[in-house]
Design a protein around this ligand. Structure first.
Ligand SMILES: [Zn+2]
Length: 705
């Protein structure tokens, strides 16, 4: 032990004694990146962004974009510029319909009788005005409509020209209270996040969004505490009169996207793209000022190290994009098909700076969906491990602050925290969904904090941010992107064995799940047998494709992953044999389980993607709903599924829907797609897949071969 430590100290003088970053970077490259990384620079940039109410297509959002552009110039990035994309509510970017812009001059809500109280003022606290509120000047009574999102909430109540107090989904309350029953506006304490300890702190004010496509209405957001006090006064028979003044317009405008690059040595070798989302309500420190300043810091580090010759210029170009969430990504990719075609891998940061002791978050490196297996996750996982190990060593007093990647510079003094982090499967909910979707097919390394008790509230402030965490994630992002940009086929003899070992680990984990499935008492023995084998089969295919992804990425020789593929296949064969024996023990009959969709003629049909690119849902658009209408949409079994008590569809219908369409490649049958998504998210009846794809065909997103 002592001698090992001595060796480490000795090695540290010449290179350094951390091997966690192997096999992707050598120790000198890693040390150069670590030393250049700064959490203070990112923290100071975040200080500026958190002062801006960055709702997309608003003047304050553009001010944030201007700031990022200025920094990109200062940091010496190439081709730094901003682009504007016209939006009018109908114009298409890929499959996505554009949304609308919003300008606010002022907005105030007062209680004027019996108390005289200011309940919200745009100038000092813009979060109080729900996004896409329209102009108003009213003095009227407040009426409690409970949740306000269903017709029953209005029976026996006269809300015409009054302001309703409601905590239901805001756009739905707008539709019923304002459009249908003639109310003037809304006071809301809608919990826009119902997970992540929502409701823990009743003094928090949450964001609200009205539907910008609706022609009228306004809403003011108040805390649960304020709303409950109003409710109890109304219940006791008090008449509460409010005065609301809003000067605002909703209409056509533009989204702004900032982009810049670090040019690669080989213009034909493609690009690695860093993304984040620059929008969100003030302060929006973790969500997502943190991701914006952290990709900016990765950019600064890489530009400086490459320009000074400390790191060789990578083969591939590094691109950085700051835009409104999902919408900016779609607008940019639709406008630049030549860039879209050049993209090879994505690093997406959305919420990466939380101090876990304050916002109760865990940092996650999340993988690609099963429809897009890729080695990119393994690269991120290696650097995560290196940083986590270094952070633990520092916390235990075994290494210096700099080796522990702690931020000690003035400005953003960081914590000494360990890095609470893990590697998780794909998780949806940000721009990476677009990159990972099959018609873009750029595998994404998704970096994120989750949960965060302050998400989408006025408490998501700089106080919750740790400069040490920003430094560590900037390093993780810079190192991963540099590897993606620089990796070549010459490294395959080292990388393939490493990646094969990771793949075997995951296959073994899948076997653990399959063992539970084969004994699942809720399933018939034969069905359980089939589903368990399916998990191992699909995992094997996924892992072989993961290995193969690095050959395609580097242009390596076609057979160079043959050893790895054989090891995986042999291992899977043993696992299947064990599953067969376990199934027999609980009474399964026959030489092999029967395929659940074998007699269904629909299961043999083959769908093909057609038309524009992109996934089918966006935060402000839903392709099937828009194209098929409410009535038809409500009949899609997968999405509106009380239809299946069979197994764990539950709240996962959106994930199934995303992956069903991703697995469509013109070769897989409906039955094969059913098996693929069943391994990923749990067994699904094949008729739900057919029914969903039929709806996609009606919407002209797929056609039947
Ligand atoms: Zn976000």
């Amino acid at each position: 032990m002592r001698s090992l430590r001595l060796i480490c100290y000795f090695v540290a003088f010449t290179t350094l004694c951390a091997s966690g970053q192997q096999p992707f970077l050598n120790a000198l490259q890693w040390a150069a990146l670590r030393e250049e990384s700064s959490g203070a620079a990112a923290y100071e940039n975040l200080r500026y962004l958190t002062g801006l109410h960055r709702v997309p297509a608003t003047p304050a959002y553009d001010q944030a974009a201007q700031f990022v552009l200025q920094r990109a110039h200062e940091y010496g990035l190439a081709d730094a510029h901003s682009e504007q994309f016209a939006i009018d509510g109908t114009r298409q970017y890929g499959l996505m319909r554009s949304y609308l812009a919003w300008t606010v001059e002022e907005a105030r809500l007062w209680e004027i009788r019996p108390e005289h109280l200011l309940l919200g003022d745009w100038n000092t606290d813009p979060i109080h005005l729900a996004d896409y509120s329209h102009s108003a000047d009213v003095e009227t009574q407040l009426v409690d409509v409970g949740n306000g999102a269903s017709e029953d909430d209005y029976s026996g109540k006269d809300v015409r020209s009054k302001i309703v107090l409601a905590d239901g989904v805001l756009a739905r309350v707008q539709e019923l209270a304002i459009a249908k029953h003639g109310a003037a506006g809304i006071v809301s304490d809608m919990p826009n996040q119902t997970t992540a300890w929502s409701g823990l702190d009743p003094t928090i004010v949450r964001w609200g969004h009205l539907n910008a496509r609706q022609p009228s209405g306004f809403a003011f957001m108040v805390s649960r505490q304020t709303a409950d006090a109003l409710r109890s006064r109304l219940r006791s028979g008090e008449s509460v009169v409010l005065n609301a003044q809003v000067k605002a317009t909703v209409g056509p405008g533009h989204w702004t996207v900032v982009t810049a690059t670090i040019p690669g040595a080989d213009p034909a070798a493609g690009e690695i793209v860093y993304s984040c989302h620059l929008d969100h309500e003030r302060p929006g420190a973790n969500d997502n000022g943190s991701g914006c300043v952290t990709i900016l810091e990765s950019a600064r580090m890489l530009a400086r190290l490459i320009d000074s010759g400390q790191l060789p210029r990578p083969k591939r170009t590094l691109r950085f994009i700051w835009g409104p969430e999902v919408e900016g990504t779609m607008a940019f990719l639709a406008t630049h098909p030549e860039i879209k075609q050049r993209l090879r891998a994505n690093i997406h940061m959305d919420m990466v700076g939380g101090d876990p002791f304050k916002n109760k978050s865990v940092f996650h490196v999340s993988g690609t969906p099963w429809s897009l297996p890729s080695f990119v996750t393994d690269v991120g996982a290696v650097f995560l491990d290196a940083i986590r190990t270094a952070a633990s060593a520092y916390a235990a007093g075994e290494t210096s602050a700099d080796m522990g990647i702690v931020e000690t510079r003035a400005g953003g003094q960081g914590t000494r925290n360990e890095l609470f982090a893990d590697v998780t499967p794909y998780s949806s909910g940000s721009d990476h969904d677009d990159y990972d979707s099959s018609t873009v097919a750029v595998p994404s390394l998704y970096l994120r904090d989750w949960p965060d008790i302050y998400i989408h509230t006025d408490h998501d402030s700089l106080d919750q941010i740790d400069a040490t965490k920003l430094r560590r994630v900037a390093l993780l992002g810079a190192a991963s992107g540099y590897v993606y940009a620089n990796i070549t086929a010459q490294q395959l003899p080292t990388l393939l064995p490493f990646l094969t070992a990771q793949a075997i680990t995951r296959l073994a984990q899948a076997f653990g799940l399959a063992q539970q499935l084969v004994d699942d008492p809720q399933l018939d023995a034969g069905v359980a047998w089939y589903e368990a084998r399916n998990v191992v089969n699909q995992t094997l295919q996924r892992e072989r494709a993961t290995l193969h992804s690095i050959l395609e990425f580097t242009g390596g020789a076609a057979e160079s992953d043959a050893d790895g593929a054989k090891v995986l296949a042999d291992q899977a064969t043993v696992f299947q044999r064990w599953l067969d024996a376990q199934a027999k023990l609980r009474g399964a009959k026959g030489p092999a389980p029967s395929v659940p969709w074998t007699g269904d003629p629909d299961a043999k049909r083959v769908p093909i993607r057609i038309g524009e690119f992109g996934p089918l849902t966006y935060q402000n658009d839903n392709v099937l709903l828009a194209r098929l209408g409410k009535e038809r949409y409500a009949k899609i079994k997968l999405i509106n599924s009380g239809a299946t008590q069979l197994l764990n569809v539950r709240d996962q219908s959106e994930l199934y829907a995303y992956e069903i369409v991703n697995f469509v490649n013109g070769k897989r049958t409906v039955g094969e797609i059913r098996d693929a998504v069943s391994a990923e998210y749990g067994p699904l009846p094949v008729n739900l897949v057919t029914d969903y794809l039929d709806a996609c065909a009606e919407a002209r997103v797929v056609r039947w071969k």
